[in-house]
Design a protein around this ligand. Structure first.
Ligand code: GLN
Length: 537
């Protein structure tokens, strides 16, 4: 039967609960256990799909097409276990499920309340879709003391009562600040945070203390005493130089050992930290580097392209080179200034995106990459922009555009029923994607003798999608005649998935998001190849 580990956070947000959960998951998995990692988010959106990356960072997409919190990306990257729809829930989804049930009359006349109806639904989520897992790690978003988190905390308290303390463990992650003026490490915020947690009825079993420097024995003892936690279960996590060091650092601090000791179980095999040591070394010691420009709308927010940043770094790891990410705000990119702004870059990447703002800058950058033969990777919206650039400047279709941005354009990008040929709007084609997103894994066939086939070394691939609009397949011949090859296509030959340029060393656009499948210990072939091309530029 599964054991459940609940991870809460205190004092401030952004302490690295996701990374701590992911690292613990790796350590347990590496010792032979089957693990799942899940996230409960206290906001009212039903899923993060509708949230702007400015607000909440990237939306992570799973194989089964769920739009989830970016922490699920950490979990996947550290554990190599594909996350599922059933691994992320929000307050919004919980409430909407409960209200739907209420409207159907399924509560048989009862008054529907937070306790027990909302908490029951949360408990249902925690146990749902678990088969033979040894450990289920559940991270609770937000910080203890937030109004929004309360039903989740109440639910995990009940859950632990229902299942028994020997099957559930509470980890609380807090901040232990260092005050420069008095040259002191302060444990008070941690004491208060644990007090708050205990007032809800949750006694943490392990306290992880995030700190800028190592916490002396005396202070650990104090935390142990005031928080009612054995001293060996006061675990410090000092800022790491790279996130790949986190599993190593938690192992040194014996986090996994204390978890196993708590549950009274022995590891099935010895932990393997070699891969993390190897990549930490590569990341930290690399002298050579390559500059990659990411041109997008949300570049100022660190987490907006989390998986993408990671995938580029993974590509660098495999090429033994450091990747410097140069973030360029597409709004500010005028064609006159481009050569100056992109002077020292060896690769240009346009990521996924929505809406018109910044598209001119993106198209100008693509034009620059195409003409200067700079390695270029366009992802989803980035690919669509590359197709528009080519249509406008090479095929000379002046009104070429995407119906997402301009309803009266010549739709080289559009919903299938909007594609037209020779100016005629086509209606009634078989697949109608109108208004819905294509989400999750879809197959694509790769063309013989194409660059993409060399990169993937496979005839077919499966990648994750998140988009509504498609490249107009009716224009395939026109594009190919002029050198833009549709080198990947959906199995039914209807939807172009990949484009590449014949007369360019490395120019690829993909309709999907390869970044979601890249892992530090197994970098994605597309990013490996892109960085390789940039290295040789
Ligand atoms: N906005 C575009 C579409 O919906 C691209 C989406 C994306 O880049 N993920 O098709």
């Amino acid at each position: 039967m599964a054991r459940y580990i609940f991870v809460t956070g205190g004092v401030v947000s952004s302490l690295g609960k996701g990374l701590s959960s992911a690292s613990l998951a790796y350590l347990l998995k590496s010792q032979g256990f089957k693990v799942r990692v899940r996230k409960m988010d206290p906001y009212l959106n039903v899923d993060p799909g509708t949230m702007s990356p400015f607000q909440h960072g990237e939306v992570f997409v799973t194989n089964d097409g769920a739009e989830t919190d970016l922490d699920l990306g950490h979990y996947e990257r550290f554990t190599n276990i594909d996350a599922k729809q059933s691994d992320n829930i929000t307050t919004g989804r919980i409430y909407s499920d409960v209200i739907k049930k209420e409207r159907k009359g399924n509560y048989l006349g009862k008054t529907v309340q937070v306790i027990p109806h909302i908490t029951d639904r949360i408990k249902g989520f925690i146990k749902n879709d678990i088969t033979n897992e040894d450990f289920v790690i559940c991270e609770i978003g937000g910080t203890v003391g937030d109004i929004e988190s309360l039903p989740f905390l109440e639910a995990i308290r009940q859950f632990s009562n229902d299942l028994g303390r020997n099957k559930t463990l509470f980890i609380h992650l807090t901040l232990v600040p260092f005050l420069k003026s008095s040259d002191e490490i302060k444990t008070k915020p941690t004491q208060h945070s644990v007090k708050e947690l205990r007032s809800i009825g949750i006694q943490p079993d392990i306290v992880i203390c995030r700190s800028q420097q190592s916490i002396p024995y005396e202070q650990r003892k104090k935390i142990s005493l005031f928080c009612n936690v054995p001293i060996d279960n006061v675990i410090e996590t000092v800022d790491v130089r790279t996130i790949y060091e986190a599993p190593i650092s938690f192992y040194k601090e014996k986090l996994d050992k204390q978890v196993l000791r708590y549950f009274k179980i022995k590891p099935k095999k010895k932990v393997n930290l070699l891969p993390w040591k190897k990549i930490t070394k590569i990341v930290l010691k690399n002298k050579k580097s390559v500059n990659i420009a990411i041109i997008g709308k949300y570049v100022n927010l660190k987490d907006a392209y989390k998986s993408l940043d990671e995938a580029l770094i993974h590509g660098g790891i495999k090429n033994n080179i450091k990747v410097n990410l140069i973030r360029v705000e597409s709004d500010n990119l005028k064609s006159t200034k481009i050569s100056k702004i992109l002077k020292n870059v060896s690769g240009i990447l346009i990521p996924g995106g929505f809406g018109k703002r910044g598209t001119e800058g993106k198209i100008a950058a693509i034009n620059y990459a195409r003409k200067k033969k700079i390695p270029f990777l366009g992802i989803c919206f980035g690919m669509q922009m590359a197709v528009i650039e080519f249509a406008k400047n090479v095929l000379k279709i002046k009104k070429a555009g995407s119906t997402e941005l301009n309803k009266s354009c010549y739709p080289v990008i559009g919903l299938i029923h909007e594609w037209n040929q020779n100016g005629k709007i086509m209606k009634g084609t078989n697949v109608d994607l109108g208004g819905t997103m294509r989400l999750g894994l879809y197959k694509a066939k790769l063309k013989h003798n194409s660059l993409i086939k060399k990169i993937y070394r496979s005839n077919t691939i499966e990648e994750r999608h998140r988009h509504r609009y498609e490249v107009n397949n009716n224009l395939k011949d026109q594009f190919e005649k002029k050198g833009m090859i549709f080198s990947g296509i959906s199995p039914d030959n209807k939807l172009p998935e990949i484009i590449e340029l014949k007369n360019h060393p490395w120019f690829v656009g993909v309709q999907f998001h390869p970044e979601f499948k890249s892992r530090p210990l197994s970098p994605h072939p597309l990013f490996f190849s892109f960085i390789k091309a940039a290295k040789h530029y």
